[in-house]
Design a protein around this ligand. Sequence first.
Ligand code: FES
Length: 82
Amino acid sequence: MYICLCNCFRETELRAAVDEGARSAAEVFESLGFQPQCGGCLDFADTVVQEYLAARSAGRRGGGYGNGRARQSSPGSIWLCR
Ligand code: FES
Protein backbone atom coordinates (compact mmCIF):
# COMPACT_ATOMS: atom_id res chain seq x y z
CA MET A 1 0.00 0.00 0.00
CA TYR A 2 1.30 3.42 -0.88
CA ILE A 3 1.75 5.76 2.04
CA CYS A 4 2.88 8.83 0.11
CA LEU A 5 1.76 9.38 -3.46
CA CYS A 6 3.90 12.48 -3.92
CA ASN A 7 7.08 10.52 -3.19
CA CYS A 8 5.84 7.06 -4.17
CA PHE A 9 6.82 5.16 -1.08
CA ARG A 10 4.99 2.27 0.44
CA GLU A 11 4.34 0.82 3.84
CA THR A 12 7.25 -1.60 3.46
CA GLU A 13 9.67 1.30 3.03
CA LEU A 14 8.10 3.12 5.98
CA ARG A 15 8.55 0.00 8.10
CA ALA A 16 12.19 -0.31 7.04
CA ALA A 17 12.75 3.31 8.09
CA VAL A 18 11.15 2.58 11.47
CA ASP A 19 13.35 -0.51 11.82
CA GLU A 20 16.31 1.81 11.30
CA GLY A 21 15.13 4.20 14.03
CA ALA A 22 12.50 6.56 12.62
CA ARG A 23 9.71 7.27 15.11
CA SER A 24 7.50 9.75 13.23
CA ALA A 25 6.44 10.62 9.70
CA ALA A 26 9.00 13.41 9.64
CA GLU A 27 11.75 10.98 10.60
CA VAL A 28 10.55 8.49 7.97
CA PHE A 29 10.76 11.16 5.28
CA GLU A 30 14.23 12.13 6.46
CA SER A 31 15.37 8.50 6.59
CA LEU A 32 14.11 7.83 3.06
CA GLY A 33 15.59 11.06 1.70
CA PHE A 34 12.23 12.57 0.76
CA GLN A 35 10.58 15.91 1.46
CA PRO A 36 6.82 16.16 2.06
CA GLN A 37 5.15 17.80 -0.92
CA CYS A 38 1.39 18.22 -0.38
CA GLY A 39 1.49 16.98 3.24
CA GLY A 40 -1.68 14.98 2.75
CA CYS A 41 -0.11 11.73 3.95
CA LEU A 42 1.57 12.96 7.12
CA ASP A 43 -1.20 12.12 9.61
CA PHE A 44 -1.70 8.72 8.00
CA ALA A 45 2.04 8.05 7.94
CA ASP A 46 2.27 8.94 11.64
CA THR A 47 -0.59 6.52 12.36
CA VAL A 48 1.11 3.72 10.41
CA VAL A 49 4.40 4.38 12.25
CA GLN A 50 2.69 4.19 15.64
CA GLU A 51 0.70 1.07 14.70
CA TYR A 52 3.84 -0.63 13.42
CA LEU A 53 5.78 0.26 16.57
CA ALA A 54 2.93 -1.11 18.72
CA ALA A 55 2.73 -4.30 16.66
CA ARG A 56 6.48 -4.72 16.75
CA SER A 57 6.65 -4.30 20.53
CA ALA A 58 3.82 -6.85 20.85
CA GLY A 59 5.84 -9.31 18.78
CA ARG A 60 3.76 -9.00 15.61
CA ARG A 61 5.29 -8.09 12.29
CA GLY A 62 2.31 -8.26 9.98
CA GLY A 63 2.40 -8.55 6.24
CA GLY A 64 3.72 -6.07 3.77
CA TYR A 65 2.40 -4.82 0.51
CA GLY A 66 5.49 -5.12 -1.65
CA ASN A 67 8.29 -2.72 -2.41
CA GLY A 68 7.36 0.63 -3.92
CA ARG A 69 9.48 2.06 -6.64
CA ALA A 70 9.18 5.34 -8.39
CA ARG A 71 10.16 6.30 -11.88
CA GLN A 72 10.24 9.60 -13.66
CA SER A 73 8.23 9.58 -16.89
CA SER A 74 10.88 11.76 -18.56
CA PRO A 75 13.61 14.07 -17.28
CA GLY A 76 12.11 17.07 -15.53
CA SER A 77 8.60 15.65 -15.49
CA ILE A 78 6.46 14.32 -12.69
CA TRP A 79 7.33 11.13 -10.83
CA LEU A 80 5.01 8.19 -11.32
CA CYS A 81 4.28 5.45 -8.82
CA ARG A 82 4.23 1.92 -10.20
S1 FES B 1 1.04 12.37 -0.41
FE1 FES B 1 2.82 12.48 0.84
S2 FES B 1 3.51 14.54 0.63
FE2 FES B 1 1.81 14.37 -0.72
